[in-house]
Design a binder for this molecule. Structure first.
Ligand SMILES: [Zn+2]
Ligand SMILES: [Zn+2]
Length: 441
């Protein structure tokens, strides 16, 4: 498996003398398997140079799967400048998560309207196939591709590609689910010691991977001012990847304000963390032009049935919101009804329990901090009854303490979302919550 970086910058292209080494183009990574299946992970401005390379070096017609993590600008801006899409005979399958309300071609054509760009999406010469991906396992070009939702203020997928005996993950853009990674009294560095269920799930996704390419935009010092912007720190990524027994870690999505000297220093700091954890993992900051080959003789998984359908795509769920804060109920209802769901509301735990019995919701959004019975009590009651024990519950809270996080997960919360949240965050969490609960059954 061949890996090449064409864009390693986050947020906005940052050319100039200060970024010569690590590069100024935004996210774009190329992966080619030994059998010749080509994957392009994100189409930031790095896709322009990749397109030029493919046109001049590769046999025609060209074919590739383009996997978009999400459609924030820095991940799609290179698409209209990716020359192979203008050439008849070429064929591209463009995959990405189904956004909140608009399809992939609708989003992509938005940035190619004549106000912004001279050629429209419908005028591309190549054959373009669009495919919405959900969390789960897919077979693309004969390669097993597993997608999993990341924590970002837009619906965002991380991808695991398995081919040639190698597992490679691309995890951009992603923010820790919880600021504190380890439980207070537990031994750091172990998967079981991770405090938040979301972070544990994220670590399990990359467990034993050969290669992980991960967003590491910030330093721990910068992070508090950038909370909820959807990006990780190098220390979170290094610790969680080492705990997951990852062999090779690339830090990427470099912040536009971090020049080459800064990134050299970041790389050193990440290596010191790895040393202190006595992990054999090798870590470096990804740079434009970086090329590595990975081989593994260990047996890899058999391909499984393709699962293309999003268990919640196109289906309307009965969702109950239990929260004493009317503003939150109004906001959540708006997001969820736009997504086609049937939403009911309860203003306290007692009303919530009554409505759960009467309406049998398929998913519950539950506030923790309410007059008695509070969210913890409601969750306890739900999990103690066979008829409600398996209903997915997304816990919503403004509480930031370790205790309530731990207790919620120990009692069987499916996921945990902090207030304030954005609309796409809630949309992504509801989907992943339901998908996980459906798979667990
Ligand atoms: Zn980004
Ligand atoms: Zn983003």
């Amino acid at each position: 498996m061949l890996l090449r970086f064409w864009g390693t910058r986050g947020s906005i292209a940052t050319p100039g003398p200060g970024t010569n080494k690590f590069g100024g183009n935004t996210s774009c990574v190329e992966v080619v398997t030994n059998s010749g299946a080509r994957f392009i992970l994100d189409c930031g401005t790095g896709a322009r140079a990749l397109g030029g390379y493919l046109m001049s070096h590769e046999p025609k017609p060209l074919e590739a799967h383009i996997l978009l993590s999400h459609t924030h600008w820095d991940h799609i801006q290179g698409f209209p400048f990716f020359a192979p899409v203008f050439v008849p005979g070429n064929r591209f399958v463009l995959c990405g998560p189904h956004g909140c309300h608009r399809s992939l071609p609708e989003v992509l054509s938005g940035q190619m309207e004549y106000t912004y760009f001279p050629v429209e999406l419908g005028q591309l010469g190549a054959q373009m196939i669009y495919q919405d991906l959900a969390e789960g396992v897919h077979e693309l070009a004969g390669v097993r591709v597993t997608a999993q939702f990341l924590n970002h203020p837009a619906v965002t997928l991380g991808y695991k590609l398995e081919a040639d005996g190698v597992s490679l993950l691309y995890l951009c853009d992603h923010e820790p689910f919880w600021e504190k990674l380890w439980r207070s009294e537990a031994e750091p560095g172990k998967l079981d010691s991770i405090l938040h269920g979301g972070d544990r799930h994220h670590a399990a996704f990359m467990e034993n991977a050969d290669v992980v390419i991960h967003d590491a935009q910030y330093t721990p010092e910068e992070y508090p001012a950038k909370r909820n912007w959807g990006h990780s720190t190098y220390s979170y990524v290094t610790q969680i990847a080492a705990a997951a027994n990852v062999k090779r870690l690339f830090l990427t999505h470099h912040d536009p304000t971090h020049d080459d000297d800064f990134l050299w220093a970041t790389e050193e700091k990440a290596r010191r963390i790895v040393q202190s954890l006595e992990s054999p993992m090798y870590v470096s900051c990804a740079y434009e032009g970086c090329e590595e080959r990975f081989e593994n003789t260990a047996p890899h998984h058999e391909l499984v049935e393709t699962q293309i359908s999003d268990p919640i795509c196109g289906c309307s769920l009965r969702i109950l919101i239990v929260d004493d804060d009317e503003d939150i109920r109004v906001l959540a209802r708006k997001v969820l009804t736009q997504g086609g769901h049937r939403v009911s509301e309860a203003a306290d735990g007692t009303e919530g329990l009554r409505m759960i019995e009467n309406r049998k919701p398929e998913l519950i959004i539950l506030d923790l901090n309410m007059p008695p019975p509070d969210g913890i009590e409601v969750l306890k009651i739900l999990r103690s009854k066979p008829e409600t024990a398996s209903i997915p519950v997304l816990v919503l809270t403004a509480r930031g303490d370790e205790d309530s996080t731990r207790t919620s997960f120990e009692l069987g919360a499916t996921d945990f979302l902090n207030k304030p949240f954005t609309q796409p965050q809630l949309d992504a969490r509801v989907r992943s919550c339901f998908a996980r609960a459906a798979r667990a059954q």
